[in-house]
Design a protein around this ligand. Structure first.
Ligand SMILES: NC(=O)c1ccc[n+]([C@@H]2O[C@H](COP(=O)([O-])OP(=O)(O)OC[C@H]3O[C@@H](n4cnc5c(N)ncnc54)[C@H](O)[C@@H]3O)[C@@H](O)[C@H]2O)c1
Length: 251
């Protein structure tokens, strides 16, 4: 495992599930990990700075505090995100703006204000958590999908503009990761056993994703073993996106 001792890492939305798994991977690798979330993590080895990433004031305070109290920043993981399930014609402007403000504007704000810290690091990296929904659609997820498309596009610009300053930027597009994020969808169906089997069947690897699967790839993308990788969105979805849909014509 790459040694991140002496490195400072911010994980937005790192108090639970995917973000927490990412944070704990960096902790195990020796980093000082600062969680920027609305609520604290249940792990006393993680540092916490209460932050609404959709607020520029909060993000400025976050970066100033990290500079003053921890002496700089090496890795920024933009993980915080929300999803709503509403058909396009029923989506209110407020709902659309809320999703965009957190998922897309939040990534812009943290990147913007982390730049002056990251450019002083020897090996700086940004990892944005996008989604396979940046690449293909699920019904009723238009705002979410558009926001994740923005995250993947913004990853290109960040890599382009900041590469010259020694900052790499990549995104991860997770597929189906087993977290409460997906509960609302699953709860629509009474036969949970059948739903689980159907969803597993979408994945050539024969299982759903775990938060740790994303943590492993985030660690790789932030470390020296990926030093020639920048501006990419890496799909981590158990092979699901490699599978072409086929007509169900029976036997
Ligand atoms: N779970 C999946 O299947 C899946 C698939 C693809 C992508 N993702 C993405 O991975 C990321 C994490 O997903 P998860 O399943 O762990 O979600 P989650 O809802 O369990 O965790 C999200 C975290 O973000 C925090 N957060 C929300 N709004 C915030 C704000 N304004 N400021 C700061 N923190 C805020 C929450 O408090 C929470 O701790 C999200 O960006 C999500 O879109 C998840």
């Amino acid at each position: 495992m790459t040694d991140f001792s002496g490195k400072n890492v911010i994980v937005t939305g790192g108090s639970q599930n995917i973000g927490l798994a990412i944070a704990e991977k960096f902790l195990d690798a020796g980093a000082t990990v600062i969680i920027a979330d609305l609520q604290p993590p249940d792990n006393e080895n993680l540092q916490f700075i209460k932050t609404n990433i959709a607020s520029e004031g909060d993000v400025q305070v976050l970066m100033e505090t990290v500079q003053d109290e921890y002496g700089g920043l090496d890795v920024l993981i933009n993980n915080a995100g929300i999803c709503i399930e509403v058909p396009i014609h029923e989506t209110t402007v407020q709902q659309w703006d809320r999703v965009m403000n957190i998922n897309a504007k939040g990534v812009f704000l943290t990147t913007k204000h982390a730049f002056h810290l990251l450019k002083r690091s020897d090996e700086a990296a940004i990892v944005n958590i996008s989604s396979i929904e940046a690449l293909g659609a699920n019904p009723t997820h238009s705002a979410y999908a558009a926001s994740k498309g923005a995250v993947s596009s913004f990853t290109h610009n960040t890599a382009l503009e900041y590469g010259v300053h020694g900052i790499r930027c990549n995104a991860i597009a997770p597929g189906w990761i087993n977290t409460p994020f997906n509960e609302a969808f699953l709860n629509q169906f009474p036969d949970r056993h059948r739903v689980d089997a159907e969803i597993k069947g979408l994945h050539p690897v024969g299982r759903l994703g775990k938060p740790e699967d994303i943590g492993d790839v985030a660690l790789w993308l932030a470390g020296p073993n990926s030093s020639f990788v920048s501006g990419q969105t890496i799909v981590v979805a158990g092979g699901r996106m490699a599978k072409l849909p086929t007509p169900n014509l029976g036997d």
